[in-house]
Write a protein that binds this ligand. Structure first.
Ligand code: HEM
Length: 165
């Protein structure tokens, strides 16, 4: 068990990103908070295990969405074939977690809220999305509980920001 002070000191500052990994403080792009960044080696991306870990997280997330009864409402909003969804969320989360900004490089600014406007997202959809993500994160065996709770909290805020109903 890590001492609280040590754990806190090793935590990245959760702010925003999607752009460059330089600043201590976040920048907001069009008012949309996307990520964070301070020190690359301490980024959640690296602490999670880098590229392979982000892919695994996303695969587990969509596997849960595919199978959990509670997630069938949001599953129906997605294409029958989840390959493209997996790829986009993986690329997005890579940058969001402080790794390479793969989504931005390929598609430009994600404008996440705008992209979700065609879908009805209320509390139930947000909670179903988070259920899949929390279970996926749990499976990853993150050994820094503080980082895990920060990640979940940040994802929850992002998911809540998608609500449009
Ligand atoms: C709150 C509940 C959410 C619901 C119901 C939801 C649903 C959807 C749906 C139906 C799509 C379109 C199908 C697809 O391209 O896969 C989509 C796309 C996407 N979502 Fe979500 N989403 C939610 C939250 C989030 C959150 C919190 C994130 C990021 C942390 C996110 C990231 C993305 C990305 C990156 C795409 C692809 C956008 C593109 O077309 O380029 N979503 N989402």
């Amino acid at each position: 068990m890590q001492a609280r002070g040590l754990a806190a000191a090793s935590l990245p500052v959760f702010l925003t990103n999607g752009s460059e990994k330089t600043g201590l403080l976040a920048d907001e792009i069009n008012g949309e908070k996307l990520g964070f960044m301070i020190n690359e080696s301490l980024s959640p991306y690296n602490k999670l295990g880098g590229d392979a870990a982000v892919r695994e997280l996303v695969d587990r997330f969509y596997d849960y969405m595919d199978t959990l009864p509670e997630a069938q409402g949001i599953r129906r909003l997605h294409p029958a074939d989840l390959t493209g969804s997996r790829d986009k969320l993986y690329k997005f989360l890579s940058g969001w977690l402080g790794g390479p900004s793969l989504y931005m490089q390929e598609y430009g600014h994600p404008r996440l809220r705008a992209r979700h406007l065609p879908f009805k997202i209320a509390e139930a959809e947000r909670d179903a999305w988070m259920l899949c993500m929390e279970k996926a994160m749990e499976d990853m065996g993150v050994d820094d509980p503080l980082m895990k709770s920060h990640l979940i909290q940040s994802l929850w805020k992002t998911a809540d920001h998608m609500r449009n109903v």
